[in-house]
Design a protein around this ligand. Structure first.
Ligand SMILES: O=C[C@H](O)COP(=O)(O)O
Length: 274
């Protein structure tokens, strides 16, 4: 039998009706550099929470200073590592499990890049954090991507490498693995089938239009994915509340892409009720 604390937190994290996860990540400023849209973090967080995500991923300082007023409205996923604009393929520890527990986190997350020279150390870190988190009843989430320097550029989207990444996370006892979408439901189904763990996807850079993202999320769920942890596509949107509600319609309410486009068009010009 598992640890009760972990089961309670997992049930808080995953939507009880759909069994899926809609998380939003606001941890990018330290990892990727300055984004003007993410600088007013207090207001952004309020707009995101207003949309009703299951959880928000952030670093400890932002949690401590900005998350208090949202406690109980959305789950907290504490990010325990970061890469940087100058070391984009190396995630280093920035906190540990005891601090996540003190901050009231529902889960702890760590990044890990596979397929590169630093893979051994990053997998070791993932194995350590999953063991420590388990002992403390805390679920773990890995942000794990096959983008290391040993993988040729044109192979980084290959489903086999993505499957390797998610399987490595599951082998190390990670509860939820977040990775990149492989671009089509068939290959993503193979990824999901390669692991006993839950697989969610990141959003990536803004570039596609929102309709493409609705289709992507629909396909992820159809292929057996457990949901999303999206960052830029949510907080770069002119109305983060509206886009979170739209993604909810697909992930938790089985909405079609067309229904979701209609809903989004209704919501996009409504100001958030902050
Ligand atoms: O922690 C952040 C995740 O990678 C999701 O962010 P993204 O959707 O901007 O890629």
């Amino acid at each position: 039998m598992g640890v009760l604390g972990k089961e309670i937190r997992m049930n808080r994290l995953m939507n009880q009706e759909s069994g899926k996860l809609l998380a939003v990540a606001v941890d990018q400023a330290m990892a990727r550099g300055i984004f003007e849209e993410l600088m007013p973090i207090d207001r952004k967080l309020s707009e995101i929470v207003e949309g009703g995500p299951d959880a928000i991923t952030m670093h400890k300082g932002i949690a401590d200073t900005c998350f208090r007023k949202h406690a109980g409205k959305a789950g907290l996923i504490l990010k325990a590592s970061t890469f940087s604009p100058w070391q984009p393929n190396y995630d280093t520890w920035v906190t540990e499990v005891d601090e996540a527990v003190r901050l009231g986190a529902d889960a702890i997350s760590m990044g890990c890049i596979v397929g590169g020279d630093d893979q051994p150390e990053q997998l070791r870190n993932l194995g350590i954090i999953s063991g420590q988190a388990s002992q403390n009843g805390l679920p773990t989430i890995a942000h794990i991507y096959p983008r290391g320097n040993q993988i040729p550029e044109d192979e980084k989207g290959d489903w086999r490498h993505v499957a390797y990444a998610v399987r490595a996370g599951a082998e190390l006892g990670i509860d939820i693995v977040k990775t990149k979408y492989t671009g089509d439901p068939d290959s993503f189904h193979k990824v999901v089938s390669s692991t006993p763990g839950k697989v969610v996807v990141a959003g990536g850079d803004i570039g596609n239009n929102v309709e493409d993202y609705f289709q992507m999320v629909y396909d992820v769920v159809e292929a057996g994915g457990a949901g999303i942890t999206f960052g830029r596509i949510v907080w770069n949107n002119q109305n983060p509340t509206a886009i979170v509600k739209a993604f909810k319609n697909i992930i938790h309410e089985n909405g079609t892409v067309n229904e979701t486009i209609e809903l989004y068009n209704e919501l996009i010009n409504q100001p958030a009720n902050l």
